[in-house]
Design a binder for this molecule. Structure first.
Ligand code: KIV
Length: 273
C-alpha cells in the first residue's frame, strides 16, 4: 500500500460522516482495470464475493474463498486513488467465532491494504462486529437479503414482506447500527422498511434493491454495464450493453482474420532499411 494512495482515499470515518448528505455512490470492482475506471466516480468500491458468480461462473457465493478475496482485493487496490475500498469476508471466514473473524479480517486488511471489510448478518453478528471494530478493524454490515444464507433462506428473494421478516430486519438494523460498523448494506427489501431503518440508525445505509430511501446505492458493475447476463434482478438498471458490444467487436475481428483483412500494413513490422 502506498502512503500517498492511502492518504488520498476516502476513509470509513468520512463515509460514515456522509450520512444524511449527498447519496453515497458505490459499485463492485474485482480487477485493477475496472477499479481504475470506477475510482474517480465512486465514493466506495466493494470487492464483493459476488465475484464468485460474475467472474468464476459459480451458482452462489458459497464457494468463494479467503484467498480469492485477497487476490482480488490486492488487484483492486492497485487501481484506486480516491475511493474507500471494502473487501467482503467470504462464507465460512467469520461465522465460527469472533476470534476467527478477527484473524481473517486482519489477513484481508494486511495483505490487500484495503480500508475495511464487509460481513453479512444482523443481530447474530453484532457482537463479532463490535469485537472487530474495538480492535481497529473498520466493518461494513450487510442485512436484508443475505446471499451467503441462500441455502437456509430458500433462494434469492426480497425480504420484509411479512411482519416476522419486518421485525427481524428492524432488529438487525438497530443491532448493526449500534455495533460499531461504519455503514451497512441493506439488500432486497421493501421501501417503507428501508426508509424506516435509514432514518432510525446513525450510520449510512447503502441500498441494493432497497429503494432511494437509503443513504447510498450499490450495484454490481457488471450488471449495470450489461456484462453479466446470466440473470438480471429487477432492481438493476442497465446503463450499457457491453456484452453485446464485445460480441460484435470479437465477431468483426474473427471475420477480418478469416478474410486476411487483419493484420493490415499499419499493424505489420517492416525491415528497417
Ligand atoms: O457481493 C457483493 O457484490 C455484494 C453487494 C452487491 C452488496 O455484497
Amino acid at each position: 500500500m502506498s502512503a500517498i494512495g492511502s492518504q488520498k482515499r476516502l476513509t470509513p470515518t468520512r463515509i460514515s460522516a456522509m450520512k444524511g448528505g449527498k447519496p453515497i455512490v458505490c459499485l463492485t470492482a474485482y480487477t485493477t482495470p475496472m477499479a481504475r475506471l470506477l475510482d474517480e466516480h465512486c465514493d466506495l468500491l466493494l470487492v464483493g464475493d459476488s465475484l464468485g458468480m460474475v467472474l468464476y461462473g459459480m451458482e452462489t457465493t458459497l464457494g468463494v474463498t479467503l484467498d480469492m478475496m485477497i487476490a482480488h482485493g490486492k488487484a483492486v487496490m492497485r487501481g484506486v486513488n480516491k475511493a474507500c475500498v471494502v473487501v467482503d469476508m467470504p462464507f465460512g471466514s467469520y461465522q465460527e467465532s469472533k476470534e476467527v473473524a478477527f484473524r481473517n479480517a486482519v489477513r484481508i486488511l494486511q495483505e490487500t491494504g484495503c480500508d475495511a471489510v464487509k460481513l453479512e448478518g444482523g443481530e447474530e453478528m453484532a457482537e463479532t462486529i463490535a469485537f472487530l471494530t474495538k480492535r481497529g478493524i473498520p466493518v461494513m454490515g450487510h442485512i436484508g437479503l443475505m446471499p451467503q444464507q441462500v441455502q437456509t433462506a430458500g433462494g434469492y428473494r426480497s425480504v420484509g414482506h411479512s411482519e416476522h421478516e419486518t421485525s427481524k430486519i428492524r432488529r438487525d438494523a438497530h443491532a448493526i447500527g449500534g455495533s460499531g460498523a461504519f455503514a451497512v448494506v441493506v439488500e432486497g427489501t421493501v421501501e417503507p422498511l428501508a426508509r424506516e431503518v435509514s432514518s432510525a440508525i446513525h450510520i449510512p445505509t447503502i441500498g441494493i434493491g432497497a429503494s432511494s430511501a437509503c443513504d447510498g446505492q450499490v450495484l454490481v458493475s457488471d450488471d449495470i454495464l450489461g456484462l453479466f447476463n446470466d440473470f438480471t434482478p429487477r432492481f438493476v438498471k442497465r446503463y450499457d450493453e457491453l456484452g453485446k458490444r464485445i460480441a460484435a467487436a470479437v465477431s468483426a475481428y474473427a471475420d477480418e482474420v478469416r478474410s486476411r483483412k487483419f493484420p493490415a500494413a499499419e499493424h505489420t513490422f517492416k525491415r528497417r532499411s
